[in-house]
Design a protein around this ligand. Structure first.
Ligand SMILES: Nc1ncnc2c1ncn2[C@@H]1O[C@H](COP(=O)(O)OP(=O)(O)O)[C@@H](O)[C@H]1O
Ligand SMILES: CCCC(=O)OP(=O)(O)O
Length: 364
């Protein structure tokens, strides 16, 4: 008898749901949420009942029952800084997923929804490698202002799943590898991954290259000037930096495919912006070779943008002097969630104890 696992991955405009029998995927569906349906909820956690209803309707429509499940696993969100791994959703973790501090992220709902389904059934609920994973080396935290230390915010779920894939392909143990991983999605996480830990990262919302929807690092003093110009509310400026920055700000689209079509039609401005994005990605990759002391087994490109052979080539020609470039386009976070739950259910890995790490700064 194997395990039946429901995986839930909430994003800002949809909830992805997948059902697995062990590693075998039985089905998956992306449930879209219209902006007007979410607009009535002041806080992300307030969407719990609404999204739960959508998942219940999907299960019913597919003739599946929650009672078949062995466990429910959700993408985890912004909680206290914690090391990577699979965490059982207990009372403190649940409280912190609801709290959404210092800001809210849709993925906080993953653990909340998993717990809401699992708890009445008496089965475990988990989160795996949440965006709050913090395994940084101490030096990486120092920014130049003690009151503004680097906070680790990273696409840890896909980063770690991709390192495991690369290790398999290189015939190595993933916990022995030293690699630079660039997760290139709507936001970019570029990190140094050494011996199983993300020892440095740009922070997908605040530093490093611009991305399809995020501004990345911008001139700090000019940002202060904008913030006090009276032309921006805090919320609007945040949205400009994370959501309407990067490609969106320059080209009015977050879709690299649309940018590519414009370039193919001779748009030199679009070409310049995409080239700049690749240049900044390469710069950040090179920077991440430093914490690895130049001993880099591979540079790994993953995420939706890695589907673009043109973009990969623009980055590759600037970084191939560092190490061989491996490409794992897209992501399979649903599978990664299932695998994280399975490792614990099968006793291959101990579940992590959130209480043990909560309340810390990430330094350990
Ligand atoms: N086949 C593709 N070719 C080129 N770009 C792609 C392709 N698929 C996705 N992208 C680009 O990847 C970016 C989104 O990446 P994705 O990993 O889907 O993001 P998210 O973080 O929203 O899950 C968008 O700019 C999109 O245009
Ligand atoms: C900030 C790291 C997580 C993140 O940005 O996720 P999304 O790109 O899915 O919003």
């Amino acid at each position: 008898m194997g395990f039946v696992i429901l995986a839930i991955n909430p994003g800002s405009t949809s909830t992805k749901v997948a059902l697995f029998q062990d590693e075998e995927e039985l089905g998956r569906k992306e449930l879209p949420h219209r902006a007007e349906d979410l607009a009535g909820f002041p806080r992300v956690a307030d969407q719990k009942a609404y999204r739960l209803g959508a998942i219940e309707a999907l299960m019913e429509a597919r003739g599946r029952r929650f009672e078949e499940l062995s466990a429910v696993v959700g993408r985890g969100g912004i909680v206290d800084p914690i090391p990577g791994g699979t965490y059982r959703v207990g009372p403190l973790l649940l409280e912190h997923l609801h709290r959404g501090k210092p800001w809210e992220h849709a993925s906080n709902l993953g653990g909340i929804l998993a717990e809401a389904i699992a708890s009445p059934l008496g089965i475990p609920s988990f989160i795996v490698d949440p965006v709050a994973v913090d395994e940084l080396e101490d030096l990486a935290r120092i920014t130049g202002l003690p009151e503004l230390p680097l906070r680790s915010l990273v696409h840890a779920l896909n980063v770690k799943a991709t390192v495991r894939l690369a290790a398999r392909d290189l015939n190595r143990d993933w916990q022995e590898l030293s690699v630079v991983v660039a997760h290139l999605g709507s936001g970019f996480s570029i990190c140094a991954h050494r011996e199983g830990r993300i020892v440095d990262v740009n922070n997908a919302n605040e530093r490093g290259p611009f991305s399809p929807e995020r501004a990345g690092g911008v001139p700090a003093l000019e940002l202060v000037r904008l913030a006090y110009s009276g032309r921006w509310t805090q919320q609007d400026l945040r949205r400009r930096l994370v959501g309407r920055g990067g490609l969106s700000a320059y080209l009015g689209t977050t879709d690299l495919r649309e940018a590519a079509a414009r370039i193919a039609a001779g748009d030199e401005g679009a070409d310049r912006v995409v080239e700049a994005m690749a240049f900044q990605v390469a710069q950040e990759i090179a920077a991440m070779a430093v914490p690895l002391r130049g001993k880099v087994d591979a540079v790994i490109l993953t995420g939706g943008v890695a589907h673009s052979s043109d973009f990969v080539a623009r980055v590759q020609r600037r970084v191939e002097w560092i190490a061989p470039v491996l490409r794992y386009p897209g992501e399979d976070e649903m599978k990664a969630l299932c695998q994280g739950a399975l490792r614990v259910l099968r006793g291959e890995e101990e579940p992590r104890d959130y209480e043990r790490f909560a309340g810390g700064t990430g330094e350990r």
